[in-house]
Design a protein. Sequence first.
Length: 422
Amino acid sequence: MSLSPCQQRAFKTLQESPDNVFLTGVAGSGKSYLIRQFLQKLSRDAFPVLASTGAAAVLIGGRTFHSFFGLGIMEGGPRQTLIRAMTDRRLANRIKKIQGFILDEVSMVSGGALTVAEQLCRHHLDSDKSWGGLRVIAVGDFGQLPPIDKVGGQRDWAFLTDVWQQSEWKTEFLKTILRSEDEEYIGILNYIREGIVNTEVENYLEARTLIDETDQDVPYFLARRAQVDRYNSDRLAALPNKEVILSTEYTGSPVLKAQLKRIAPIPEKLELKEGALVMTRINDPKYRFINGSVGTVAQIGEKEIFIRFRRGDIAVEKTTFSLLSADGESLATARNFPLTLAYALTIHKSQGVTVDQMVTDLRGLWDPGQAYVALSRLKSGQGLSLVGWDRDSIRVDSQVVKFHQSEATRAASLLSSVPHSS
């Protein structure tokens, strides 16, 4: 896969600049791919990958931001969390061993957590420099899913903190959508990313709303897990072939195994039949499939399952997903085929997934960015069908809109200050 011009520029910044970097851009612009390429020549010990959630950490083989910095659930608030972690010797050792870190899905890290972590870096490294002199690469799009925490009734966005400004990010914005070449759909997604519902968006969504909803062999993206589980079970039961149950093998203490069962991208019991619609949940090292590739089960074996994709049948082998400690040690593992039923999946668990076709219901959504996350999984608008939609579900936090506008203005001023060659 070749890099787009904006990826090439960002990659050069990542490799050659000592600055903190905020790698952002619209969904499908290749942020995750670029970071994987950057990490190939880096030591994970010196430059760990930290994720905003446990589910993301397990998927990328990293640690959570909260566990690495000893934040826990931040019981007692930021100040009490900071006081506890300042005397944590293991945390001090972790911080002193690294040169920097990558923070994935930064939009879901609260401002309070970011502030405490930065203070801890300065404290344990005995430095007045931002982040104690460590290099931080934050990756994500604030137009997608938000942090859970709120302050004064507002989302506790990381970009609203003093720490965000003091980090002096060199922002690299990836604007080329590699996932899609559908210019009309890209335009619609850009409107929805900013919470804009104009006549163009209305007409586009209405034209793709199903008159008669029928069961299709296309993934349904739904808001609630109960809906997803029920729909997957019903569609599997309707197939005539014999059901095969493949239990996930776990290691670790009962508590940690229970935690891994909640956040791993694979179920405790993988229930399959030949002919079932499934989705791969990893990026294949051989590039034969990606996280989100959809196909049907052609043959089920003990060591491999053949999945029928458009390009032919491909053997998928078992994979191990690990829950890592703050120090990067494996605490618990889950091993099974990296597959899930693909008749339906939740919007929240679809981040990082790319599909050719989908059916989704954009009614009754509650999180800013939720509608955008769902729709931006698609390669083209030609693959979109809607059960329904409403204006209230296409929402974005007003603070995010202001942030995007300020970043765009800053980027434009930086470009205008660069002397043109004659």
